[in-house]
Design a protein around this ligand. Structure first.
Ligand SMILES: Nc1ncnc2c1ncn2[C@@H]1O[C@H](COP(=O)(O)OP(=O)(O)OP(=O)(O)O)[C@@H](O)[C@H]1O
Ligand SMILES: Cc1ncc(CO)c(N)n1
Length: 273
């Protein structure tokens, strides 16, 4: 049992509060891990899309990482938006050798369709960051990019999860079915077993930041010592409730509700459901 579980997110921001660092910190807080954040880019965005992006200078990203790592234990970390290769190099260098689970949300485009990382950064992410991960959490388009194969069926999703681990050396892969039809089913391949996590599809357009919230919840549970399977199972429950009780805020794709399980009287304690 870790007394004060400490979780770190390295990602971009969302001033409208639904995605990025803001979603990650709300999730860490809700799940009772001590949340910390290193900002890579300040993104002017809202429920309708991305209006503009300001990248934090490399030295400052490096310094933020040093400020955290030199002072506070990190029991699990996640990365979200890392806009370019230079940032990826700095982050890879700083997290290599860290003795903590690393969850990568391979963010490439926002829910609105706006691109969030440079084209050539996708290659670097696959070749250099993926092998450092404990888990990578691609949605369908991201999994297609990582494998180079199109995904149409449930079997394609399973194949993609296996390939991302076997061919590209991710620690484990969780291929998410948010962009498919029917049940919202995700497949986790951990290098030996393929697990299925399924929930009823909720009929809503409010899915801004679902991927951030999900990977942050997995990171929070891992920081508390959960196994990968337990962390994904609990996080799937958390994100499903967050979508079910999502907010119709803004004129676009609204945000998820990080208090949803509290509202339902859930304790949010580690995998106790
Ligand atoms: N309408 C829905 N109903 C129920 N679950 C959903 C729905 N949409 C997505 N999910 C689930 O939410 C989680 C996040 O998956 P999704 O594929 O939406 O991520 P994403 O595309 O990376 O998110 P983002 O919008 O932040 O980029 C997955 O567990 C997925 O199955
Ligand atoms: C900063 C940031 N990260 C990730 C996403 C994906 O939802 C987003 N919209 N913004």
């Amino acid at each position: 049992m870790i007394l004060t579980p400490c979780a770190l997110t390295i990602a971009g921001t969302d001033p409208s509060g639904g995605a990025g660092i803001q979603a990650d910190l709300k999730t860490f807080q809700e799940l009772k891990s001590f949340g910390m954040s290193v900002i890579t880019s300040v993104v002017a965005q809202n429920t309708t899309g991305v209006q503009s992006v300001h990248h934090i200078p490399l030295k400052m990203i490096e310094q933020q990482l040093e400020s955290v790592f030199s002072d506070i234990p990190v029991h699990a970390l996640k990365t979200g938006m890392i806009a370019n290769v230079d940032m990826m190099k700095v982050i890879a260098d700083k997290i290599t050798g860290l003795n903590a689970p690393y969850v990568m949300d391979p963010v490439m485009v926002a829910t609105s369709g706006d691109p969030l990382i440079a084209e050539n950064a996708r290659y670097f992410l696959r070749g250099n960051l993926l092998p450092l991960t404990t888990l990578v959490t691609p949605n369908i388009p991201e999994a297609e990019y990582l494998t180079g194969e199109t995904i149409h069926t449930i079997d394609d999703m399973k194949q993609a999860a296996v390939q991302i681990v076997d061919r590209f050396n991710a620690g484990a892969a969780l291929v998410k079915g948010g962009h498919m039809q029917g049940e919202a089913t995700d497949f986790l391949y951990d290098g030996s077993t393929l697990h299925t996590f399924s929930a009823k599809r909720i009929n809503t357009k409010n899915t801004h930041g679902t991927g951030c919230t999900y990977s942050a919840a997995i990171t929070a549970y891992l920081s508390q010592g959960a196994s990968l399977y337990e962390a994904v199972k609990s996080a799937k429950y958390f994100v499903t409730k967050a979508i079910e009780h999502s907010f119709s805020l803004g004129s676009g794709s609204g945000p998820t509700n990080h208090w949803a399980t509290r509202k339902e009287g859930m304790k949010n304690e580690l995998y106790h459901h």
